[in-house]
Design a protein around this ligand. Structure first.
Ligand SMILES: [Zn+2]
Length: 446
């Protein structure tokens, strides 16, 4: 018998509707595979007080809740590293346009019609989609961050929410007012829950001037916040930056003191060797969104080169530009593109899988992306008894190259079951779908 949890019992206080109590013990029984620090066969995972106690076999106390994981893979709940959650209600609004056309003519006008109430429902729809895709932790950058926060806590997954700041933002209208909204969001939500972390999200170097980037950097430094920004998404952005300020967007952030361990840099499609060296030297994280970059014809990031020196996570980007939140599909695309660019040995399975799991541990958001004793019990269960998932020669291969996110049937966060047998337990999904159809209709009709 393996020892039970040696960690002390720390009752977690969540700012949620469904507080988790410290008395809960849960056994995921007889999984065909557990993707932990190594791949376990025919193993169980025992969870107590929201944390993983052991992986393998052993006795458990009487009264332990048991879930059969027979013929299933048990894997870490996944990370989706770049989203704009309320955009979910704009899914399919505009395809077949390049980035600046897509933003200026379609997305920003539609976003102007979003209200606080619409954003909260839209974010909840996004949470439902993330849960069905096995995502337990996501990193968002959007306005109406208050509303997203409420949806996240209702849904029960973990998030790092970075309140957007840019001029003309539909929520604040002016950049000064949007900056004040972001400051208030941080004040009100920082430290409120172990499932919700806050940051700040200057939209991009081309939509936020140096004065506001400096102010954002000041608040981020004083409150130890992540800064989540789009960077070098297109050649056009780089060319404009050189024309206006005589340097690349990455160099500009570096000069402003914004490249550091707290920097989360979305896209990074067009980086020079000097840019990569600056980002690597600063210890910043790159958020790679290959499908959005392909769909908007922005280009292909050189991730195989970047990842050798920089922490890289994979994200889907918002639903308006992808158009789903399936991070397994996103990772598959990432792998295939890098193999095309750098050869078939690029992006080996374990390194690739870490980009949607353990590489997020560095962010310090109570998410480790690893199934191991002592880690928060953030776990997804995927039934394997399906034609497209058999046979299994290498479970990571099946996950990355054969599975879809929605093959996940059960999602556990901090030991709490938030989806079981494909059914979300914390809120009425049907009501969310209905409400979001009405919102989409209202946006089209305005
Ligand atoms: Zn984005």
């Amino acid at each position: 018998m393996r020892p039970l949890c040696s960690t002390a019992h720390h009752p977690h206080t969540f700012y949620t509707q469904h507080p988790f109590t410290s008395m809960h013990a849960l056994l995921l029984e007889n999984a065909a595979y557990v993707i932990g620090e190594r791949i376990y066969r025919d193993a169980s995972v025992y969870i107590e007080d929201g944390r993983i106690c052991w992986v393998g076999t052993g006795d458990v106390p009487a009264g332990t809740e048991r879930i059969s994981a027979r013929k299933c893979a048990v894997l870490p709940a996944l990370t989706n590293a770049h989203t704009h959650l309320p955009e979910t209600v704009l899914r399919g609004l505009c395809d077949d346009r390049v980035l600046m056309d897509w933003l200026n003519k379609y997305i920003w006008p539609a976003e102007n019609k979003l209200t606080n109430e619409f954003a909260e429902w839209a974010a909840l729809l996004g949470c439902a989609e993330l849960i069905h895709n096995g995502v337990g932790f996501f990193i968002d950058q959007y306005f109406y961050a208050n509303e997203i926060a409420r949806s996240v806590l209702k849904a029960g997954i973990k998030a790092l929410l970075c309140s957007s700041v840019f001029d003309g933002c539909p929520e604040g209208k002016t950049i000064e007012r949007q900056f004040a909204i972001a400051e208030k969001f941080i004040r009100e939500w920082q430290g409120k829950s172990t499932r919700l972390y806050v940051g700040i999200g200057p939209h991009a170097p081309y939509t936020v001037n140096d004065e506001y980037l400096a102010r954002i950097n000041e608040i981020a430094t004083s409150k130890n916040l992540h800064v989540h920004i789009h960077l070098s998404e297109t050649q056009h952005e780089n060319a404009e930056s050189r024309k206006k300020v005589g340097m690349s967007p990455a160099r500009r952030l570096s000069k402003l003191g914004m490249l550091n361990r707290r920097a989360l840099l979305a896209h990074c499609v067009h980086l020079s060797e000097e840019d990569i060296a600056l980002i690597a030297g600063a210890g910043a994280t790159v958020l790679h969104c290959p499908q959005s970059n392909l769909k908007l014809s922005s280009g292909i990031a050189q991730i195989e080169r970047i990842r050798k020196r920089v922490n890289v996570l994979v994200g889907t980007d918002g639903n308006a530009s992808n158009n789903n939140l399936d991070v397994l599909e996103e990772l598959r695309t990432a792998c295939m593109l890098q193999k095309y660019l750098f050869g078939a040995e690029a992006m080996p399975l374990q390194d690739a899988f870490s980009m949607i799991s353990s590489n997020a541990a560095a962010l310090g958001c109570n998410y480790t992306g690893i199934i191991k004793p002592g880690a928060p019990a953030d776990i997804a269960v995927m039934p394997l008894e399906k034609p497209h998932l058999q046979p299994v020669h290498d479970i990571l291969s099946n996950l990355i190259y054969s599975a879809n996110g929605t093959d996940v049937s059960t999602l556990i966060i901090d030991g709490e079951i938030i989806m079981q047998d494909y059914r979300i337990l914390r809120f009425d999904e049907g009501e969310v779908l209905e409400k979001c159809r009405e919102i989409a209709q209202a946006i089209w009709n305005q």
